[in-house]
Design a protein around this ligand. Sequence first.
Ligand SMILES: [Zn+2]
Length: 620
Amino acid sequence: MVSFVNSSNASTGDDLKERVRDAVDIVELAGSYLSLRRQGKGFVGLCPWHDDSRPSLQINPERQTYRCWVCNDGGDVFKFLMRMERLEFREALEHLAERAGIPMTRGRSGASGARKADFHKALNWAADRYRDYLQSSPDARAAREYLTTRGLTEDTIQRFGLGFAPDSWDWLLKEASAAGIGTDILAATGMAVERQDASGHYDRFRARIIFPIRDPMSRCVAFGGRVLPEAKSDAKSDPAKYINSPETPVFSKSSMLYGLESAREAMGKTRRAVVVEGYTDCLAARQAGIDDVVAVLGTALGEKHAKLLRRYVDRIVIVLDGDDAGRKRTDEILDVLLAEPIDLRIARLPSGIDPCDFILDHGRDAFETMLESAADPLDYRLDEVNARLPEGASDDAVLAAVESVLSALANASPRSPLSPSQRRLREDQVIGRLVRRFGLSRDILRSRVTELRGRQSVHRKTTATTTPPSIPAKLPAWDREVIEVLVCVPEGAGIIIRDVQASELQTGAGRDVLEAARRLHDAERPVDLSGLLMEIPDHQLQSMLVAVDEEAAQRGPVDSTERMAHFLDALRRRSAEREAHASERKIKTSELDDSSEEELLEQLVAQRRVAQGMTNPKEG
Ligand SMILES: [Zn+2]
């Protein structure tokens, strides 16, 4: 692609994306994963995302896109790598930049790549030291015995690299100094803590069993430390049972999970993630052969965790204690995760028993049975609502009772990365259940959610949430026409942006593509297939764009002049039609007197009543 002169307001981030995209060849990228063979102008291979026996994956070198006709999935180099390696966009960008030898100058977290590499090196080194200490030091005997009483085998301890930090204020500091690792990096990674009087540093982890926490690339990013039960007796104050490394540029407890790096493969197979609250619980489950288990890092499961897990699974089972704390947590989780498009289940253990005990006492099969019977937290909440309702409660009373559920739905964070269509789907599911359960009208529930959302988002920029695209199997003709011109005839973008209003398009998908085209145009960036693919993060929309492009190309080479003449003709016809409609409407409305208006309203109310009675929820 021709390099493009930036307007001053175009961000360098977009520049970088474009440079990386242009430097990577999709044939070469896909070819490094799949065996491709040439077919016509492009290449074909076996699709890695469905059970493919004849090559259904097509690579288009000219457009730099891929598409599988069976999965109906398509996109550019970024999406290919994101799907292949289950990465976020940012990670895919980093990988491809590295592959193309383009330096990533801006680190969003504030730490440059070089500094992060130093962090990982120091943390990996420390993990080895702690592990060696647990394995071989006589001082670590109590720790080894404790792990044995928790039922953990030598093999598990080795596999997860457990370690021990001796009861010393400067053991790690001295080891580091001998190894040529500076105190500054120990402090920056949270392994050392500065003394209050700034006279020096001391070791954060002392007399604790060490659980190294790793990122998805298996690099050590932090530690969890657990006290030994005996340690309490001689300490002046009761030490916290668990402490973790603080948040650093390489560690964020709200977006990481213990054990994820080694659970991903199993999760990909079971499509399920089991989330427990303790590191030993996680290890006990793994040891029992339940491999899709991870642990939260001293925090409740939140939106970011759910987003991360959604890359691998369709269902999350959270294992909680059966006490009041567990019940409270159920409510918190529901408030945060209700609007996530994932099947969320809560498994409650008998009071006072943790998963580790449960597995040791009852074995793997009993634990699996408990996971299988895990309840949907929404059902749980709805049971509570139902129990409080008097017999024959009015619609208003029921609506008030389910208000907390609706408000959780409306509250679905605007930062949530869900595509509008995913959010809409989840909303439909929840509303469908309220309809079935309480006999409320779908319309009333939906308008209440919209109302609540409007109240919360007064200060927010309006997003596409109110008009989410659910991409129809067949796009309406005008939506398709507009999208096709945007994708295939870059010269036509100016006219579309000037003359086509979003309100003329029938689908959210069409409006989203038009909006994206407008943003590109305003930033003086080229409006074309690759620009749109980069501007629109939604994977379904990306697939749709590639499909439209491929189908247009199948009809033969695109002649821009001819194509635009056809488009302008259609545009003229449409605007003439619209004017005719408008005047027709005007005539009709002006004839309506007061009494007939009342009649019409009554009719509408009656229709709505009928609709309420007949509402037939499809969803389960
Ligand atoms: Zn496929």
